[in-house]
Design a protein around this ligand. Structure first.
Ligand code: CTP
Length: 404
């Protein structure tokens, strides 16, 4: 999945021949799953039509401060547009537009929006080779770089003037690749490895029966997806579930029993930076597993159970500098029991679910959790969807690395 998926991109088009390539650029952004709004300078409309870009972006194109054709002229709010965007890209960025950006010469909607944008701004210059090398252009580049804007360098090749050299706007595919690489390199968990457990475990009784539980696996899968969205390398060890990961970079290890989950976790644990145990692991398993299907002959029948290994406990015992997060599902003395669990399992953070909260727990879309850290700081959270609980959990991971 592209890092641009779900991103709100504001594309500013200025008036150069390369503007015709923005049709492909918008198409590529939409294909990557981004939301796109386009602002055009008046001059750019000679090179590509607003209708083309509004059709491709699935949004109206903005080009003046108000819509002159409207009887009750509607104001195009540049501040709102600037705040809407996750990133702004000026492509093509002509020498004229670059100079206006550098000096704040705000005589069109594109520049007004640029000055209002709080998001990262990228620009892809396009001009003739001598213009590209002119000290005035270079001083615009330097000013913009100083503002924190990011240049997507022009490419070499045949230019509209008939000359050949540096100045062609980067090809749309290369602009997309540049943005993806830049955004990925800045993801807060880039370079971190995270091990996550999810789902129930099934403990075999015989070849057709097992002891299991109602865990759907959703919480663990949401955590895995969010960790991958933040750039982490994710290993998800999951018991049986119908969930599928949304990000193909996640390595999924499918297991059945607590023992298989234990072995898979320890195979990876030594080399991870974070481990999050969201699985509902069976605490007991049949002592003997019948090799053949058990016949219903006897009137009464009992199965002798033995304890499974506590995976989280074993991870806590083997901990070097991994940041270790566990879950607790308590029905009474929640906070005190959770604190004991932090100490017993050597955790850095526990995510406490209380079954007393409506909307929390197994087979629910929502969860209400309380975070307790190893210093016993307690932070109750609102009831929210499991996806947003996952966001909160990963925010804890991000702030751990910011502090350390
Ligand atoms: N856990 C685990 N392996 C087990 C049992 C639990 O890794 N065999 C993990 C769960 O993934 C969860 C945490 O331990 O992160 C807490 O599990 P919970 O069932 O609440 O607590 P228990 O330790 O089983 O303790 P108790 O039954 O005494 O409440």
């Amino acid at each position: 999945m592209s890092v641009l998926n779900g991103k709100k991109i504001l594309l500013g088009v200025s008036g150069g021949i390369a503007a015709y390539k923005t049709a492909s650029l918008v198409r590529l952004f939409i294909k990557a799953g981004a939301h796109v709004q386009v602002i055009m300078t008046p001059a750019s409309k000679d090179f590509v039509t607003p209708l083309t870009l509004s059709t491709l972006s699935k949004n109206p194109v903005h080009s003046s401060f108000f819509n002159q054709d409207d009887e009750d002229a509607v104001w195009n709010n540049h501040v709102e547009l600037g705040l809407w965007a996750d990133l702004m890209l000026i492509a093509p960025a002509t020498a004229n537009t670059l100079s206006k950006m550098a000096t704040g010469n705000c005589d069109n909607l594109l520049i007004a929006t640029y000055l209002s944008a709080k998001c990262p701004v990228y620009f892809a210059p396009a001009m003739d080779l001598d213009m590209y090398k002119h000290p005035s252009t270079i001083s615009s580049f330097n000013a913009l770089k100083q503002f924190g804007n990011i240049i997507i360098p022009a490419e070499k090749g045949e230019l509209a003037s008939g000359l050949s050299g540096e100045g062609r706007m980067a090809e749309p595919e290369n602009i997309v690749a540049f943005l993806e690489a830049d955004l990925e390199s800045k993801l807060p968990l880039k370079g971190k490895k995270i091990l996550i457990t999810a789902g129930p475990t099934y403990e075999a009784i015989d070849p057709v029966r097992f002891i299991g539980n109602h865990s759907s696996g959703k919480m663990g899968f949401d955590i895995a997806n969010q960790a991958a969205n933040l750039g982490a390398e994710v290993i998800l060890v999951s018991g049986p579930t119908h969930f599928r990961v949304k990000n193909s970079s996640i390595e999924v290890i499918s297991v059945m029993s607590a023992q298989e989950m234990y072995e898979a976790c320890h195979k990876y644990y030594e080399n991870v930076d974070v481990a999050i145990a969201a699985a509902a692991v069976a605490d007991y398993r049949p002592k003997e597993v019948a090799l053949q299907k058990i016949k219903k002959n006897a009137e009464e029948f009992s199965i002798e159970l033995e304890k499974t290994k506590d995976i989280l406990f074993s991870l806590g015992a083997a901990k070097k500098d991994q940041f270790l997060i566990g879950f607790a599902l308590e029905t009474e003395n929640e906070i005190e029991n959770a604190k004991l669990k932090i100490q017993k399992k050597n955790l850095d953070l526990i995510v406490l679910n209380s079954l007393q909260d409506a909307g929390a727990g197994f087979k629910k879309e929502t969860n209400k959790v309380t975070f307790i850290d190893k210093n016993f700081n307690i932070e109750p959270m609102e009831l929210k969807s499991k996806e947003f609980v996952a966001v909160d959990i990963l925010n804890k991971v991000v702030s751990h690395f910011l502090k350390s």
